[in-house]
Design a protein around this ligand. Structure first.
Ligand SMILES: Cc1cc2nc3c(=O)[nH]c(=O)nc-3n(C[C@H](O)[C@H](O)[C@H](O)COP(=O)(O)O)c2cc1C
Length: 185
């Protein structure tokens, strides 16, 4: 039997967007509405409210980094989702160290298991959020999480969450791979 639940219960990977603000410190903020939208070129999109400081920065500076959250950086990632760069200097409040990106201006978070450098391509106005989408021009992954050139999602300790329940979960078990249905006799 199925019960109807709010669409807000959709599970998501929780990423983090960082934008460099001119000569000011980086402004990290947390986004649950995020996904890869195209393969070649790789395009990702973030669902963002226009009132976010990050929204204005991305529109002005035209790039951002997406930093996937794992347990190690969860507390700081959470904090970045509750304070706005409009009011606070988040560089002082949120304890991340950054690395310079290789292609874009915005820096990425050193301790994030995976970080994408993204160049803004466009925007789609939705309803209460806008989709800001861009091309991934570089990906950095922590080498201890990479096996045969692929990021091992178990090792990386990826966090998933949902907007409504507001709980954070860890991905802890591999249960198969694409094509398991084809092997069934
Ligand atoms: C776990 C989590 C997920 C969030 N997801 C989104 C989201 O998908 N879209 C959005 O516009 N805001 C989201 N927020 C809220 C922003 O992160 C928050 O308003 C932040 O303070 C914005 O910072 P800024 O004003 O410096 O950009 C989320 C917050 C948390 C804690």
């Amino acid at each position: 039997m199925k019960v109807e639940v709010s669409t807000k219960y959709l599970p998501h990977i929780t990423p983090l967007v960082v934008v460099v603000s001119g000569n000011n410190p980086p402004n990290p903020s947390t986004y649950i509405y995020f996904g890869q939208l195209n393969d070649n070129p790789p395009i990702v999109g973030v669902g963002m409210k226009e009132k976010r400081h990050t929204y204005s920065l991305i529109k002005e500076l035209k790039d951002f980094t997406v930093n996937i959250v794992n347990e190690k950086i969860l507390k700081e990632a959470d904090r970045a989702g509750f304070v706005s760069g409009k009011k606070y200097n988040k560089g002082e409040l949120i304890n991340f160290s950054y690395e310079s990106s290789t292609v874009i201006n915005s820096p990425y978070i050193k301790k994030a298991p995976i970080s994408y450098e993204v160049k803004l391509l466009g925007e789609l106005k939705l309803f209460d959020h806008n989709l800001l989408y861009g091309e991934v021009v570089k990906i950095h992954a922590e080498d201890s999480y990479v096996i045969d050139g692929k990021v091992d999602l178990l090792k990386a300790d990826i966090i998933v969450s949902s907007y409504h329940s507001t709980d954070y979960y860890k991905v802890e078990k591999r249960v198969g791979n694409w094509g398991i249905s084809l092997k069934e006799k």
